[in-house]
Design a protein around this ligand. Structure first.
Ligand code: FE2
Length: 130
């Protein structure tokens, strides 16, 4: 059972919503591979893909918030930095310790509750600025 896109995730910016949907698709992909059993190689490839995508998405979103003088812009940037730090820590753990159930759960928690909570609490504030 994957994540269902819902209007409560909408930022009012079609491009950002499209990018968020891609992040949701990454979550689905991870869930699938956790069920089937993910290999070290797959997780490494997955993380580097998610890492690149997330970085460019954050840049784009920060630019949109700056442009529209969104009140949440500074808070959004701070949270992005924290999210990337948590992501880098998981990535480092993967490289040092290798794949483990604990690491996969950490990754899942990062991508699900944190990223999705972030979208719902901060990113949706863009709606008031468009
Ligand atoms: Fe954001």
């Amino acid at each position: 059972m994957g994540f269902q896109w819902d209007d409560k995730y909408s930022t009012g910016n079609d491009e950002i919503d499209k990018q968020h949907k891609q992040i949701f698709a990454y979550l689905d992909e991870l869930e699938d591979h956790i069920e089937k059993g993910a290999s070290q190689e797959w997780v490494e490839r997955f993380m580097s893909g998610v890492g690149l995508y997330t970085r460019s998405h954050f840049c784009f979103e920060e630019m949109c918030m700056r442009r529209s003088k969104c009140a949440a812009a500074a808070q959004n940037k701070v949270q992005h930095t924290k999210l990337l730090a948590a992501f880098s820590a998981a990535d480092k753990r993967l490289k040092q310790e290798g794949i483990s159930d604990a690491l996969l759960q950490q990754l899942r928690t990062f991508l699900t509750s944190w990223l999705v909570n972030h979208i719902m609490k901060i990113d949706v504030k863009l709606k008031d600025c468009n």
